[in-house]
Each structure stands twice: as C-alpha cells, then as structure tokens.
Design a protein around this ligand. Sequence first.
Ligand code: PGA
Length: 251
Amino acid sequence: MARSRQPLIAGNWKMNGLRADALALATAVAEGVKRAGWTDREILVCPPATLLMAVAEAMKGSGVLVGGQNCHADASGAHTGDISAEMLRDASASHVIVGHSERRTDCGETDAAVRAKAEAAWRAGLLPIVCIGETLAEREAGRTLQVLETQIKGSVPAAATAAKLVVAYEPVWAIGTGKTPTVAEVAAAHAHIRKVLSGLVPDADAVRLLYGGSVKGSNAGELLAVGDVDGALIGGASLKADEFLAIAKAA
Ligand code: PGA
C-alpha cells in the first residue's frame, strides 16, 4: 500500500441495527480504535440514516468518522422517503457511499444517477465513495475490466480530484457470499481502475481505491497488501466490532 495514500477502513452496516445494538457496536468500535491509537489510517462507519446522529455521538473522541449509505442528488424537495447529502452532513456525516451494487440492483441506479449523487456529496461537503463492480456473468464472460471502465467513466464526475473522491471496487459476486477474487485478480482490477482514472483525474495516483466483498479479519492482510488497494469497504464483518477492528489493524 502506497504510504502517500492514507488507508480508509469503512464499515457499511447496510439495513442493520436498532438503536441498542448499534450503539453497543459503535461504542465497542470507538473503544477499540481509541485503544489502538492509530494516526495513520482513517476509520469510518456508515450506519442506517436513522442512527447517524446517535452513532456520531458515540464515536466522539475516538476519531471514527460516520457516513451515509446513499443520498438523493437534490438538496431538498418533493422526494418522499429520500435523504439529501445536506441532511447527512447536518447529521454529522463526513462521507457517503454512492452507487453500491445493492442500490444499482434494487433501485435501478444508473451510472449517471451515481455521478449526480457524487456531485451532490461535493455540494454538501461530503466525500463520496463511488462503488463499482462486475457481476459473476460479466466476470465469466471476461468483461470485468471493460465493465469497470464503463462504470468509472459514467459514475465519476468530471471535476474529480484525489481529495474529493474514493472509489470502491466491489465485485457483485463477492458481496456477502464469502467468496473473494484472488489477490492477482484484485491487483489487476485495481491497476486498471487507476489507469482509467489517470485519464479523468489530474492526481489519479493519489485517489484511494478500496476493495470490498467478503473482507474479514482473516483475509484482510493479504487483500490490503495489494499495491493499489488503499483500504476496504466492509459489510457483514463491520457488524462485529472484533472483526472490524481486526481488519483496521491489518491496514
Ligand atoms: P460484505 O459487503 O463485506 O458483507 O461482503 C461488502 C459491501 O457490500 O460493501
């Protein structure tokens, strides 16, 4: 991992957690991070929006950041049930995940919609984590790198710089399945992502590229050791403080 890129370990709690459990988890993460005293990595958790403020409060003094899992492209308006980037910011978020494959699949989010959400994040002062990744069928058809390239070109806004963008590579078939690509496959995907970014972002070498998909304490070391992997986006394992802290330790 290049030292110039500060590792980012991000937990995506998805639609999990009622207040009592979530606060117990947040407190355990906060205590673990405080105990470890890391100054060379960023730790982020993205709880359900209903818990953002309570989790942010529980993280106070630990340095753990909080983020949203999605946002609407507009700042406000007649969009029943949606949440704007400004609202996330107001609830103490510093980051927002955009274009997660579950949203691309469940809600039909297109690359253009994801790009608009990333721009909304900037407008609100949030750092977007733009997710991309191929399906199993795309991988088996040998189309992985081409799919990633199309998603990057469609989802990353034109004015992106390393300070304003994090990209997460999450193979759809690796999410929540316990399966991961080989280290060589992750290396090839991340190298290609950085190459594509170099045509779009002036300081592409400094953009942080996260790997996501079945990351856990036992495989984090080898995944995070890949040259172009600058952190992880973690679903299931981020719901267990010990596992999440083990991954953060591996960074
Ligand atoms: P997982 O999810 O770690 O449970 O595979 C990753 C993600 O969807 O961000």
